[in-house]
Design a protein around this ligand. Structure first.
Ligand code: 4AD
Ligand code: MG
Length: 428
C-alpha cells in the first residue's frame, strides 16, 4: 500500500502495511513518532511503548532517519499530524538501518550537490521529478496523438549542429567525434522517410560559463517535418507547450502547490502566443534603456527584460542571419534575416524552444556553410539531402529542463535534473 492511499477518511480504521523511509523521528515520553515517506507522500506513525511488543519497541528506539522499514498499524485521523492522519503502529521492522544521514537541513548548495545522490530524497526534488515526469509524458503524448513518428538519432556524431565552440569532443577509436548538441541534422534525414518525426534525447553543450539556465547535459525534445513552413511550426510549438502546461496543471497541482508555484502564468499559457520580430525586441529593449544594438544576440539578461512585456509565452522571430545557425533559411523577403523563431517563457525565464525553417536549396546551403567557416566536406551527407528530392521543411528543439524550470518556478536549472552536469562538476 502507498502512503497516499492512507491519507483519506475512508482509510480510517483500516489496518495497513507500509514500506518506506524514515523522514523524521522524535521521541516523546513513552512514544516514538516517525514521519514515514514513500514515493506518494508522508504520514506520521506513532509507536506507543505500552501497545507494542518489545521487539517493535527496540526497533522504534533504534531506528534512525532515512532507515528503510516496514510498518504495520491502524490509520487514525489526527489533525495535528503533518498530513492530517497517522498510523498507530503495532509492528515495526527495520529493513536497512541508516547511518547518521549527512543532510540535516541548512546545508549550502555545493555541499548538497556533492551529496546529490542523497539530497534527491528531499520532498522538493521529489515534487520536481514528478512534474518533470508529467512534462515528458505530455511531450510524448502530444506527438503520438498527432501522427508524428518517434525516431532514435545517434548521440555520437561527426559534425557540429550548433556552434563548434560548445562541442564535447570524444575519442572515437582514435578518431575525433562529438557528443550530439541536437538531433536536428539526423531528423532532417528521417523526414524523407516518415514526413513528421520527433525524438527525445540527451544533448550536450560544453558551455564555458556557469549560468542559471545552462547545463552541459540536458534532455532535448525535437521535431522535424517535411512540407512545414514557419507558421506551421510556430503553431505546433504553441500547441505542444500549452499541452505540456495543461497536463502539469491537471496532474501535478499538488506538487506545484508544494513548491508554492503561482500558477497564474501557467493558467494563462493558452495559444495563441504573441509574436514579435527581432527588430521589435531590439526596439523594446532600447526604449527601456538597455544597451543593445541591431545585430547583437539576445542573452539571458535581454530576454528577462523582454519577458516583462508579456504575461504568457511569446515568440521572437526573424533574427539577423549572422547570429543564428547556418542551416536556417534566409527570409526570401529580406535575406538579412532568417526564418527562425525562439519561444520565450514569461516571468523572466526566457528561451525554452529554438526552431526554424531549414535552408533546402543546395547552393545556398553550401554558401552558408562556408560563410560560417565550416568544412563542407563534413556536411557532405547533410548537403545530399538537398540533392536528392529536397523538400521545404522546418523543426524545433525544446529544452526539457528549461521547460521544467519555468513550469515548476525554479530559480536554477540544476534542480530540474537529478544529476546536473556543469563545468567543474561531474560527481555524483
Ligand atoms: O536553441 P538551440 O541551440 O537549438 C537547437 O539545438 C536546434 N538544432 C533545435 C532544433 O531545431 N531541432 O537549443 C534548443 C533548446 C533551447 O531553446 C533550450 O531550451 C535548450 O535547447 N538548451 C539548453 N538547455 C539546457 N542547457 C543548455 N546548455 C541548453 N542549450 C540549449
Ligand atoms: Mg537557441
Amino acid at each position: 500500500m502507498l502512503i497516499k492511499e492512507t491519507l483519506k477518511d475512508e482509510a480510517v480504521g483500516l489496518t495497513v502495511k507500509l514500506k518506506g523511509w524514515v523522514y523524521r523521528k522524535r521521541v516523546v515520553g513513552g512514544k516514538v513518532f516517525i514521519v514515514l515517506r514513500d514515493s506518494s507522500g508522508i504520514i506520521q506513525c506513532v509507536i506507543d511503548r505500552g501497545n507494542v511488543d518489545s521487539k517493535t519497541w527496540i526497533n522504534a528506539e533504534k531506528i534512525t532517519r532515512e532507515s528503510s522499514c516496514i510498518v504495520e498499524g491502524v490509520v487514525r485521523k489526527e489533525p495535528r499530524a503533518p498530513t492530517g492522519y497517522e498510523v498507530h503502529v503495532f509492528k515495526l521492522k527495520i529493513v536497512g538501518l541508516s547511518d547518521w544521514f549527512p543532510i540535516r537541513g541548512g546545508e549550502g548548495v555545493d555541499y548538497l550537490l556533492d551529496n546529490r545522490h542523497l539530497w534527491l530524497r528531499s520532498r522538493k526534488l521529489q515534487a520536481i521529478m514528478k512534474i518533470k515526469h508529467a512534462v515528458l509524458q505530455a511531450g510524448r503524448e502530444y506527438f503520438n496523438k498527432n501522427g508524428w513518428w518517434e525516431v532514435t538519432p545517434p548521440i555520437i556524431t561527426g559534425s557540429a549542429c550548433e556552434s563548434g565552440a560548445t562541442q564535447f569532443e570524444i575519442n572515437y577509436f582514435g578518431q575525433k567525434a562529438y557528443l550530439s548538441q541536437s538531433a536536428q541534422l539526423y531528423l532532417e534525414s528521417l523526414i524523407y522517410v516518415l514526413d513528421k518525426v520527433w525524438s527525445l534525447t540527451p544533448s550536450f553543450r560544453a558551455e564555458k560559463s556557469r549560468t542559471r539556465r545552462h547545463l552541459a547535459e540536458y534532455w532535448h525534445l525535437e521535431a522535424e517535418a517535411a512540407w512545414y513552413g514557419m507558421e506551421d511550426m510556430v503553431k505546433i510549438t504553441e500547441e505542444l507547450v500549452s499541452y505540456i502546461v495543461r497536463k502539469v496543471l491537471d496532474e501535478r497541482i499538488e506538487e506545484l502547490e508544494f513548491l508554492k508555484r503561482n500558477v497564474k502564468f501557467l493558467e494563462n499559457a493558452k495559444p495563441p502566443y504573441p509574436r514579435i520580430r527581432y527588430d521589435d525586441a531590439i526596439e523594446i529593449l532600447q526604449k527601456k534603456g538597455v544597451d543593445v544594438k541591431w545585430g547583437d544576440d539576445l542573452g539571458a539578461d535581454e530576454e528577462r527584460i523582454l519577458t516583462q512585456e508579456f504575461d504568457k509565452p511569446f515568440f521572437i522571430t526573424h533574427f539577423p542571419r549572422q547570429i543564428k545557425a547556418f542551416y536556417m533559411k534566409l527570409d526570401p523577403e529580406d535575406p538579412r534575416f532568417v526564418l527562425g523563431f525562439d519561444l520565450l517563457a514569461p516571468e523572466g525565464y526566457g528561451e525554452i524552444v529554438g526552431g526554424s525553417v531549414r535552408e533546402n536549396d543546395y547552393n545556398t546551403l553550401l554558401k552558408r556553410i562556408s560563410e560560417f567557416g565550416l568544412n563542407p566536406e563534413e556536411y557532405k551527407w547533410y548537403l545530399d539531402l538537398r540533392k536528392y528530392g529536397s523538400v521545404p521543411h522546418s523543426g524545433f528543439g525544446l529544452g526539457i529542463e528549461r521547460t521544467v524550470m519555468w513550469v515548476a518556478g525554479l530559480d536554477h536549472i540544476r534542480d530540474a535534473i537529478p544529476f546536473p552536469r556543469f563545468r567543474e562538476r561531474l560527481r555524483p
